[in-house]
Ligand binder design. Structure first.
Ligand SMILES: *[C@@H]1O[C@H](CO)[C@@H](O)[C@H](O)[C@H]1NC(C)=O
Ligand SMILES: *[C@@H]1O[C@H](CO)[C@@H](O)[C@H](O)[C@H]1NC(C)=O
Ligand SMILES: *[C@@H]1O[C@H](CO)[C@@H](O)[C@H](O)[C@H]1NC(C)=O
Length: 271
């Protein structure tokens, strides 16, 4: 009898586990619109889609943003569409709340203001750090984010705080996170050009981005490897052994291709 009870308790545990699994895995949420915050006038018809997965409290993402905006301004929204995706990292404890705040600002204003909100948060990384917020409740942190939303974008604080309690805002931030995770994003910033990951450095300047993007825009991407003339940057000054050809497949990333290998941008020497 006793044994039977133990057995049914186990069955119950297994059933619970299965139910739990059902809630936590299963299908992805299909977003009603493409995800991410589009910069400026970025057009869906642009040849180049530059997607950046950013940590809302990540200093490296902060460092990359001004250059990305410069790149987007340089090409213009008809040629290049820049989209930021928020991928809050769990070890930046308040990052998820900051991402929810971004969804709220986006809903109450537009993507332009959302960029200003993201920048305002980056300007205040200190007050949102793990240490500075260690004694704060979630409401305290939301309150701080509300101050930032008011400062950057004139969002009424009471409206901001009320909106953070709407389930849809949390669902949006959650959907965005799951999307990034499903694309294999594991660190920030991660950059994708037309959906393919680029081994770009967060510190890449406009000139370095141009080295990669210009050949795509001008349609000669597969004809030539990058040369230092592409964007007026002086790079690699070494030389390749006889019988091989220098292949600068990304700014300052060089391989020497043997005969039969092709120099493939973003990849290197491959057959
Ligand atoms: C957003 O920014 C772009 C580029 O600066 C501007 O042209 C557009 O009018 C802005 N949109 C709104 C709604 O302010
Ligand atoms: C964005 O579009 C608006 C309206 O079409 C236009 O007036 C403005 O110049 C554009 N801004 C940029 C930065 O392209
Ligand atoms: C958090 O509370 C503890 C205990 O009261 C205190 O020692 C610590 O300095 C507080 N930290 C911050 C960042 O306020």
């Amino acid at each position: 009898m006793k044994r039977k009870t133990a057995k049914s308790a186990n069955m119950f545990r297994i059933a619970l586990f299965v139910v739990f699994l059902g809630f936590c895995s299963g299908q992805m949420i299909i977003p009603p619109r493409p995800l991410g915050f589009v910069y400026g006038n970025g057009s869906n018809d642009a040849f180049i889609h530059l997607d950046a997965h950013f940590g809302p409290l990540c200093p490296d993402s902060k460092a990359a943003l001004p250059n990305l905006k410069q790149v987007a301004d340089y090409y213009g929204g008809m040629k290049l569409k820049l989209t930021l995706h928020m991928f809050p990292l769990p070890y930046h404890h308040q990052a998820y709340l900051a991402a929810v705040g971004g969804e709220v600002v986006s809903s109450l204003t537009d993507d332009n203001d959302t960029y200003m909100y993201i920048e305002e948060v980056y300007s205040n990384l200190e007050i949102l750090s793990n240490d500075a917020t260690s004694n704060m409740s979630s409401s305290d942190v939301m309150n701080t984010l509300g101050d930032l939303a008011l400062a950057c974008c004139g969002v009424d604080k009471a409206r901001f705080l009320a909106a953070t309690k709407i389930k849809a805002m949390e669902t949006k931030a959650r959907t965005a996170w799951k999307y990034s995770a499903s694309r294999g994003i594991a660190s920030t910033p991660t950059f994708l050009l037309n959906d393919v990951e680029v081994a770009a450095d967060p510190t890449w300047t406009m000139a370095e981005w141009r080295q990669v993007i210009d050949p795509l825009v001008h349609g000669n991407f597969f004809k030539a490897s990058f040369t230092s003339q592409n964007a007026g940057v002086a790079v690699w000054s070494g030389s390749c052994p006889a019988g091989t050809v220098k292949c600068e497949y990304l700014p300052e990333k060089v391989e020497c291709c043997t005969k039969g290998e092709a120099c493939i941008p973003n990849v290197g020497c491959r057959c």
